[in-house]
Ligand binder design. Structure first.
Ligand code: AHG
Ligand code: MN
Ligand code: MN
Length: 349
């Protein structure tokens, strides 16, 4: 190359490398308003939490005191893993002194956690599942984090978070981070669903795909069939239907985030129905089902408890659970038709 020739700059890939998460949020909102700046900064902090969790997971087997149980039991009655505690604390730490988030509510804490110094300015609440699928941690398989942001509109005088008992349409942003072969963040602020890949050499989440659309139908059904005899007839009949028809295949990893990520990209349905022992199923509305329902609807899919849209359900307590049927429109509707037919017959109609 002579000194007069301009160097060939790979413009497209440079542009792409510069589309970081915080820039993307501002572009989406087409504004530099204080609210847009807040949301961009909050997403940036969530991304930082994701990087810290990803770093720890990538070294989990090499470091002492990362794997295994703490010996404690959480509010759900489930054994707590060391990674659950670490990731729970990471999300709190990234928001301390941020001025952004006044309160955090998670699967691992009985009551919401307040950061009082942020409260005069940051009327936002982060709801989160710090490690989703934690049984996968010790065997080096995929796990995730789930998050949602809500604006705090009422006072929470007794600190129990009763003002959070509202439907999922109150969410202003939601998403997940999947810690797989690479770390990916998928989010929506109500303007479509977008994914970002963590580039470890940059330490940045870089735009991977914009406006993700879930296919209207897909081959995958994802559920724990070990619960077959714990389910009611409607779900058993649906399962028999997919066994008897061509074109279905089962996939289940034990981590909701990974299973739903597959369905978001390729179509299909994820189900966690009620069981005899747990009529409301296992998944928690405020920080698991509602954020994922927000995302999947934004991608053109559907999320239901079998009878009702997940985003319309008002929880009766912070850690309320709900059956979940989520994914491609047609596949969710098929499951709903089995549930609703059985309901009609039970009602004698
Ligand atoms: P968590 O690790 O946050 O408690 O969530 C685990 C959830 C979800 O990720 C997964 O789909 C489901 O539990 C698996 O439950 P089963 O083992 O009952 O299938
Ligand atoms: Mn979970
Ligand atoms: Mn969890």
């Amino acid at each position: 190359m002579t000194s007069l020739q301009t160097p060939a700059i790979p413009e497209h890939s440079l542009d792409r490398d510069c589309t970081t998460l915080s820039r993307h949020v501002l572009q989406q909102l087409q504004s530099f308003s204080p609210e847009a700046q807040d949301l961009s900064a909050i997403m940036n902090r969530i991304a930082l939490a994701g990087k810290l969790v990803a770093r720890r997971l990538s070294r989990a087997g090499l470091m002492a005191d990362v794997l295994g149980f703490t010996g404690e039991t959480n509010i759900q009655g489930e054994s707590v893993k060391k990674m659950d505690v670490y990731a729970n604390d990471v999300f709190i730490s990234v928001f301390k002194q941020s001025g952004l988030v006044c309160r955090l509510a998670s699967e691992e804490m009985d009551k919401p956690y307040y950061i009082p110094e942020n409260c005069p300015i940051g009327r936002y609440t982060l709801l989160y599942d710090p490690i989703d699928g934690s049984s996968n941690v010790d065997i080096n398989l995929n796990v995730g984090s789930i998050f949602a942001i809500r604006q705090q509109k009422e006072d929470d005088l007794d600190g129990e978070g009763n003002d959070l008992l509202k439907d999922g349409q109150e969410q202003i942003a939601a998403g997940y981070i999947v810690y797989g072969p690479s770390t990916m963040l998928v989010y929506s602020i109500g303007h479509g669903v977008h994914s970002f890949l963590l580039d470890p050499s940059l330490g940045e989440f870089i735009l991977a795909q914009e406006n993700i659309k879930i296919p209207d139908h897909g081959p995958v059904y994802s559920t724990n069939e070990g619960n077959f005899w714990q389910w009611d007839d409607a779900i058993r009949d649906y399962t028999r239907y997919v066994h008897r028809h061509e074109g279905y295949t089962a996939r289940y990893s034990g981590a909701l985030v990974g299973d739903i990520h597959r369905i978001l990209m390729q179509g299909g349905v994820f189900l966690y129905p009620g069981t005899v022992k747990k009529p409301e199923g296992k998944l928690r509305l405020l920080y698991e089902s509602a954020p994922l329902a927000f995302l999947v609807e934004q991608a053109g899919g559907k999320a239901s408890n079998g009878m009702k849209r997940i985003l319309d359900i008002v929880p009766d307590k912070l850690h309320a659970r709900s059956p979940l049927v989520i994914g491609s429109k047609e596949d969710v509707s098929l499951v709903e038709s089995f549930i609703q037919d059985h309901q009609r017959r039970a009602n004698g109609n």
